[in-house]
Design a protein. Structure first.
Length: 214
């Protein structure tokens, strides 16, 4: 642990939490709904994911077995509002096949696996990258892992805490090594980073003068 870096990360968290409070993220009534959302949100706005989830809820499909039993074509139509629906249907199918082949469709059994071993398995599932895997682990499985996204890199590089060209793994390690492994804190921290990234630390014309970190 780097004491100075650890203090900087904790100070940033406190500032963001003081400014914005609880974010109640990730939206989802069940762990499986959270997983579906994590896969569908790739390369699309969350509003589109919500539309797809509502369509699935209306059809009473938001459970592993019912989605697993659908054909690729049927699944693609149910998630159409999320965009790239054929690609995302394949990714959901890959995850569902993994879940049923290895854990008989039980998320409880899957999430009982040790964090590092489960993360390696998830990363081997076609279509699940580091950010999606960590989102599944943290938000659906309550495993203490830190989720990194484009906002994280943008904000913390602009504040001189990380380098602009650092990769996902290295950014994740910075947070994992310098913060207590607390599920609630990791959950809230990532959500707060998304909030400040969307509202203030924009790619173009950032609102630095109004940002709580300034």
């Amino acid at each position: 642990m780097d004491k100075h870096l650890s203090n900087s990360l904790k100070k940033t968290y406190k500032k963001l939490f003081s400014a914005f409070g609880h974010q109640h993220w990730w939206p989802g009534d069940t762990p499986f709904e959270v997983i579906v959302g994590a896969i569908l949100t790739q390369n699309t706005a969350w509003t589109n994911v919500e539309k797809a989830k509502r369509k699935n809820k209306k059809a009473k499909l938001l459970n592993p077995k019912r989605l697993h039993d659908l054909s690729h074509a049927e699944l693609a139509q149910y998630i159409r509002p999320a965009g790239y629906f054929n690609i995302k249907a394949k990714r959901l199918k890959h995850f569902l096949n993994y879940l049923f082949d290895n854990y008989s469709g039980s998320l409880n059994r899957m999430f009982k696996k040790r964090t590092d071993a489960l993360r390696r398995e998830l990363l081997e599932v076609n279509g699940i990258g580091p950010e999606t895997a960590d989102s599944i682990l943290l938000y659906a499985g309550n495993h203490p892992v830190f989720v990194v996204d484009a906002y994280t890199k943008r904000i913390f590089s602009r504040h001189g805490i990380i380098l602009a060209d650092v990769d996902y793994h290295d950014v994740r390690e910075i947070f994992m090594k310098n913060l207590p492994h607390d599920v609630k804190m990791f959950n809230e921290y990532h959500a707060l980073i998304v909030r400040v990234g969307k509202d203030f630390c924009r790619t173009k014309k950032p609102l630095c003068g109004r940002c709580p970190l300034m």
